[in-house]
Design a protein around this ligand. Structure first.
Ligand SMILES: Cc1cc2nc3c(=O)[nH]c(=O)nc-3n(C[C@H](O)[C@H](O)[C@H](O)COP(=O)(O)OP(=O)(O)OC[C@H]3O[C@@H](n4cnc5c(N)ncnc54)[C@H](O)[C@@H]3O)c2cc1C
Length: 147
């Protein structure tokens, strides 16, 4: 049985490795308990551990972390999303929950949600200088991401 970093080692940018290690330990302990009590065969118990973990959307979160870890300058639509989130506590909470793997990545980033947020963002991004000529401004970011 693979638990924590033994199963999946991720970049530290989202600081979730310990949470996942504890989560896996709890899930695998529950599975072993079922086997030791005679409620399931060892194969069934391990299979249930594996499927519980998969239901946590592990692959999607792994991809999300890999993308964040590239630390690329934000794209136009990403910046607009952050602008839209500024005035929307409910969606901000969901975004942070995604970042901390409390809510599934696929739920927040589903096309319909982004479409609605981006629609709101187009309105609220007026007045932010960076959107006046994003192409030119982002070229300077490409040269120096700390600019
Ligand atoms: C620089 C850095 C910053 C991080 N920051 C954060 C953070 O802010 N928040 C967060 O949640 N996570 C963070 N993490 C990730 C987190 O530390 C790990 O995901 C977590 O510790 C994994 O726990 P684990 O028990 O699976 O593995 P480990 O903590 O690596 O434990 C495995 C243990 O097994 C031992 N071992 C290995 N081989 C054998 C052997 N053959 N026999 C006996 N013992 C053996 C090792 O010595 C080790 O003590 C960070 C990681 C790094 C590297």
């Amino acid at each position: 049985m693979l638990v924590g970093d033994a199963e999946c080692f991720k970049d530290q940018c989202t600081a979730m490795g310990m949470t996942h290690a504890f989560r896996d330990a709890e899930l695998v302990t529950a599975a072993l308990d079922r086997w030791l009590r005679g409620d399931a065969s060892v194969a069934e118990a391990m299979e249930s551990y594996e499927s519980r973990r998969r239901s946590q959307n592990a692959a999607a979160y792994y991809d999300y972390v890999c993308t964040l870890a590239e630390m690329r300058p934000y794209r136009h639509d990403e910046l607009q999303l952050f602008v839209a989130l500024r005035g929307n506590q409910q969606e901000t909470d969901r975004f942070i929950a995604t970042h901390a793997d409390v809510a599934p990545v696929s739920e927040f980033f589903q096309a319909s949600n982004l479409f609605l947020l981006n629609d709101a963002a187009k309105e609220s991004s007026a007045g932010f200088a960076i959107f006046d000529d994003f192409a030119a401004t982002s070229r300077t970011y490409q040269q120096n991401i700390f600019a």
